[in-house]
Write a protein that binds this ligand. Sequence first.
Ligand code: SF4
Length: 396
Amino acid sequence: MRALKAHPIDRERNATPTSLYVHIPFCKSRCFYCDFNTYVAPERVMENYVESLDREFSLLGANATSPLETVFFGGGTPTLPPPALLERMLESMHAHFRFAPEAEVTFESNPDSVDDDKLKLLKDHGVTRLSFGAQTFQDRLLLTIGRSHDAQTVVERVEAAAKLGFRHINVDLMFGLPEQSLDDVDDALARVLSLPIDHVSAYWLKIEEGTPFAKWRDKGQLPLPGEDLEGDMYDKVRERLISAGLRHYEISNFAKSGGEARHNLVYWRNQPYLAAGAGAHGYVNGTRYENVRRIPAYMEKLTQAKRPIDEEHTVSHMEAAEDAMMLGLRLDEGVSQKAFEARFGVKIHDLYGELVTDLERDGLVEVDGDRIRIPSRYWPVANVIFEKFVTANPVD
Ligand code: SF4
């Protein structure tokens, strides 16, 4: 257990949230690796859910004192509901919140859930950024992981979105998939780089308990590539995307200049955000909250005009400082020592004592003027470094 030399105070605790996450918990089918809060549901349920979201937007919007800078519709598959429901949802959002000029509004989308009409509708209702779940460009691998689309549909939808005027488009990729080879990753990168995108998120497959993948792994039926090959895949992803001019600005994220995901930067900078939707997580006034996960219970609360909060946790000042370090070290910009001191009233070195000095001596963090960061060669093992910033005895 580390001895604390100082106690932080979070001066940004009561900062006004200017970001909103909206959870749309519906998918056409379940991917074999997925443990997200999402359901295969009939249109009637989606319709009732959009009604409930309108009520929740109304409750949140009534207390929102600042215009929103970023909104992120995630899921699930936010583009799955039919056009009339998407329109109702977006109109409701605009009715209950004010928006800053140039606000970023992102919609996650699965390629087979969005046609030209839906894309146009999103554009006409202020959506500025799309994030397509491609995962891989090999049809055999898409089948292996239980995706409902093929590679050609990804290409067609991304090109259609660009044609309709979307300037910010992300594609999600996954590596470490069963039976995936280095050539498969290389091919996926080549395909992505031929598309009109300005952002790529590339995630390692993580086997979550309770998923079909976890069951097959336990039975020895999941031929995963193994750590060495997965490491080579991560290197390949970095090498190709960086040499194509994208900046590796977060452990799993790459962007062309100006294409950084502003909403996700709010999370990584440990800033507050509102959340709406079943199972959505928010962070407001130093409290992290989680909405009720099950759709009927979520809707029931809103029918009674109550916030659908299931759990709340008041974040201690020490935890907030730890989060600021662990989240900030995910970024290539690292953590600003001045900003940390201004926010927590204590210098990073005074709070963490020898830890930073030791990590610096071992080359696991580097101090570059005002910034402390993890050198990108250690990003694959960043979790081990983050853990060192968690104290066993949080103090307020
Ligand atoms: S589309 Fe996304 S949210 Fe839906 S089941 Fe697949 S991984 Fe999960």
